[in-house]
Write a protein that binds this ligand. Structure first.
Ligand SMILES: NC(=O)c1ccc[n+]([C@@H]2O[C@H](COP(=O)([O-])OP(=O)(O)OC[C@H]3O[C@@H](n4cnc5c(N)ncnc54)[C@H](O)[C@@H]3O)[C@@H](O)[C@H]2O)c1
Ligand SMILES: [Zn+2]
Ligand SMILES: [Zn+2]
Length: 368
């Protein structure tokens, strides 16, 4: 049966999000309907609303959701009504060369269907019956959503769903960039540029990996304070620092082993790369606009054996990594409670987006 639901939608680029009642269709073969409990507001949702991520509107936003399965489509055997689940904004077909080689974050099926379900169609319609796109197979900033099981990960029922939601983007992306992509080693020096919802988790990842020095760089003083509570050993304000590159070089005694760009700007990518010592690794986590580019000194790649790489979804294997992250939370070695600065009702979604843009939250989360 289809279901009416309030949903947060980007109707027009550069306009505030709107909350509308939509129709969520019953799950088809291989799909499930989820009743959402919570959905985090990620900068990538905001990036859809300003055109940085070019998904054609109207789009139901949300890719950091958690809830309970309420209906099964034909052929679904691995999930049952009542199961606690989180969304995965990459679908994992299990068959393409990336899935087959342990890199489901690069699944071909996910890159082909960026703003629909994996089969290229949607289960979401507005009141006039017109189809609504969804954020990366998800569209979980809504009371109900129908997702393919390739975009759903079952989790243990003891974890509060608002905390579990965060794992499905911000936490996985930040921690994963450190432990999966860069594989930070104990005792190393790391710098994290941009300590919002994702960057704070890169800081936590560095703590888990045993980095000796963890430097947070941001333009927002309040974020730098948060970074300290998440484990940053040093902080630098990029706005007030007279010569950021020089200060970083001095602080790190010659350069960092690892640098993480969690902003989404070519300029900051260049800063991250420049902050490395010989043999260092810079990881681009932020999502820049398609028009953005960066410049690095080519010879430094050769003579200094530096690496510049990207990290999508923390190079996650979600079915393996989500339970691991939740186990760290249970063991009090991963902070999730502290990530939630503010909870919003769905009708307060425009405020949640405004607060994200103004840098007021570690993470804002919509609870249903
Ligand atoms: N790679 C992925 O799979 C993935 C997943 C989720 C989000 N993202 C991207 O990661 C980025 C961060 O997302 P978020 O949700 O943490 O956003 P956020 O808005 O919570 O945090 C961004 C932080 O960057 C800081 N910042 C802005 N300009 C800066 C500068 N010049 N130097 C240093 N800091 C600066 C802001 O003050 C803020 O604290 C976005 O681009 C988002 O789209 C990528
Ligand atoms: Zn996200
Ligand atoms: Zn695949």
């Amino acid at each position: 049966m289809s279901q009416r639901a309030q949903a947060v939608i980007c109707r027009e680029i550069n306009q505030p999000v709107v909350v509308e009642e939509i129709e969520v269709e019953a799950p088809q073969r291989g799909e499930v309907m989820i009743k959402l409990s919570a959905c985090g507001v990620c900068h990538s949702d905001f990036s859809v609303t300003n055109g940085t991520i070019p998904f054609p509107p109207p789009v139901v936003l949300g890719h950091e959701g958690a809830g309970v399965v309420v209906a099964l489509g034909e052929g679904v055997t691995e999930l049952a009504p009542g199961d606690h689940v989180v969304s995965s904004f990459v679908s994992m077909c299990g068959k393409c060369r990336y899935c087959q080689t342990g890199r489901p974050q690069l699944c071909d099926q996910a890159s082909k269907a960026a703003y629909t379900l994996p089969d290229g169609t949607v289960r979401t319609r507005d009141r006039e019956g017109r189809p609504l796109n969804v954020f990366s197979g998800c569209g979980v900033m809504a009371e109900f959503a129908t997702l393919h099981t390739d975009n759903v990960v079952k989790i243990a029922p003891d974890i509060p769903l608002d905390r579990a939601a965060l794992v499905s983007c911000g936490v996985m992306t930040g921690v994963g960039a450190v432990v999966n992509t860069a594989r930070v080693t104990p005792g190393s020096i790391a710098v994290v540029f941009g300590v919002g919802g994702v960057g704070l988790n890169a800081i936590q990842g560095c703590v888990i990996a045993g980095a000796a020095m963890i430097v947070a760089v941001d333009t927002n003083e309040a974020k730098l304070e948060m970074a300290r509570t998440f484990g940053a050993t040093h902080v630098l304000n990029a706005k007030t620092e007279e010569n950021l590159a020089k200060s970083l070089r001095k602080l790190t005694a010659g350069g960092a082993d690892y640098a993480f760009e969690c902003v989404g700007s070519g300029e900051v990518v260049a800063q991250a790369y420049a902050a490395l010592r010989k043999g260092g690794v810079a990881v681009v986590v932020g999502v820049a606009s398609q028009k953005d580019s960066t410049t690095i000194r080519t010879a430094s790649l050769t003579f200094e054996e530096k690496t510049l790489t990207g990290s999508y979804f923390g190079s996650a294997r979600p079915r393996e990594d989500f339970p691991r992250l939740l186990a760290l939370y249970r063991g009090k070695r991963l902070k999730l409670d502290e990530l939630i600065t503010r909870r919003y009702r769905i009708d307060e979604a425009p405020q949640a987006f405004a607060d994200l843009a103004a840098g007021r939250n570690a993470r804002g989360i919509i609870v249903f």
